[in-house]
Design a protein around this ligand. Structure first.
Ligand code: C5P
Length: 397
């Protein structure tokens, strides 16, 4: 049974959350409720317990038998719907604050999150609130527009919680869309991610700032769609997504060897790694001495070009195999992306601008999807969301 976790925060609209429980149950969802202590001032947890047939949880230190309720709740649901979401809860979600059970659960949640803000019109229209809502949207959280009309405080305008039936319909639509996602079951996907590190000597290396976030988001999304995913990754601090086969590598040549092996059976190859373009020609087993006047000293380190993994896979692409690359550029993003599409025999290049806090390490990305006959400019979005769009487009090739 599909489980919707309903997060209720402390505004007057909390009373409507009881109706949301009913509207969701009518659509055959199992509903569980987590509330803030302020919400419990408006509606008793007992009301939600009676309606949902599960204890409604408020206090993370008062969950008998479960020492980590935020993890249990956050990972045990198919959707976390926070309705109503007060300005305070919206701000905490945007800032990553987790100081009660509801907000800790939101942070620990592995399911999609949906937020229905409800507050006084003047609060709703404040720049702080609108910017926080925009932050949530950018990160891939679905934010429902507040309804407009007469408010409990006597003001009129936007800020009202949409009707419970409308909210339940949005939830239903969300699950229908998910069911309609094309299945990648049986498809083999190979993804490169992260940087490569190229040793100079026993203690030093050449590398770059790649965090691996984009490649890991692609791997997670492909696995979610049922694909058999091999993630060939340079050293990063991220945990491999569930169900993904991690192939850890360090250097470009190790990455190439792993890709050559995996590419044979691959249906889709996505090169999102930031491969070091050059490596020291003969790394020393011992630490090279500082100083710059003689060979064997640090300033004499000679660099040679690394293999281009994407180009190598593109060159041996069989009919039916799809090859996608990335292009991080500081200028002429589309032009260079188009050149790479041709020179590396890729089916699509995801091109984006780097520099000035863009690209490497960020959670968001603004990209152009370049194919032979088209250039699609995407808005700034969370890397998870971009991963989903990229896979949607590959599906259409
Ligand atoms: O040529 P450039 O490095 O800009 O191309 C970027 C694309 O090529 C990315 O998809 C990257 O993963 C891939 N690449 C590669 N091997 C290299 C250099 C880049 O696979 N040595």
């Amino acid at each position: 049974m599909t489980t919707v976790l309903l997060g209720v925060s402390g505004g007057i609209a909390a009373y409507k959350a009881a109706e949301i429980v009913r509207a969701l149950q009518k659509r055959d969802y199992d509903v569980r409720v987590v509330m803030t202590s302020n919400a419990a001032q408006f509606v008793s947890p007992l009301t939600f317990a009676a309606l949902s047939h599960h204890e409604a949880l408020v206090d993370e230190f008062d969950c008998p038998g479960d020492p980590i309720p935020h993890i249990t709740l956050g990972q045990g649901c198919d959707l976390f719907l926070i309705a109503p979401a007060t300005a305070n809860v919206v701000a905490k979600l945007a800032a990553g604050i987790a100081d009660d059970l509801l907000t800790s659960t939101a942070l620990a949640c592995t399911a999609p999150v949906m937020v229905a803000p409800a507050m006084n019109v003047h609060m709703y229209e404040k720049a702080a609130v609108q910017e926080n809502l925009a932050t949530l949207r950018r990160r891939g959280i679905t934010v429902l527009d507040a309804a407009s009309g007469y408010q409990a405080c006597g003001d009129t305008g936007p800020g009202r919680l949409p009707e419970p039936e409308q909210i339940a319909a949005v939830v239903e639509e969300h699950f229908h869309r998910q069911d309609a996602l094309p299945s990648w079951t049986g498809k083999k996907v190979v993804i490169t991610a992260g940087p490569t590190v190229e040793p100079i000597d026993a203690v030093r290396f050449v590398s770059n700032y790649s965090s691996g976030k984009m490649g890991y988001a692609l791997a997670a999304e492909a696995a979610r769609r049922g694909a058999d995913v091999a993630l060939v990754s340079g050293p990063v601090t991220l945990k491999a997504p569930e169900g993904v086969q991690l192939v850890p590598v360090k250097t470009a040549r190790e990455m190439l060897a792993a890709c050559e092996e995996a590419f044979v059976a691959a249906d889709v190859f996505i090169a999102s790694a930031a491969v070091a373009d050059f490596r020291p020609e003969s790394p020393s087993d011992s630490k090279i001495k500082k100083g710059s006047s003689q060979e064997g000293q640090l300033s004499y380190v000679r660099l040679v070009e690394n293999p281009d993994i994407l180009a190598a896979m593109g060159a041996k692409k069989r009919p039916g195999q799809r090859v996608v690359g990335f292009a991080a550029e500081t200028d002429n993003v589309v032009g260079y992306g188009q050149q790479k599409l041709a020179s590396k025999h890729a089916d699509m290049i995801v091109a984006n601008q780097v520099g000035e806090n863009k690209g490497f390490g960020a959670d968001d990305n603004q990209a152009f999807l370049i194919t032979e006959n088209n250039v699609e400019e995407l808005p700034l979005m969370a890397k998870q969301q971009l991963a989903s769009v990229i896979l949607d487009r590959i599906e259409q090739f």
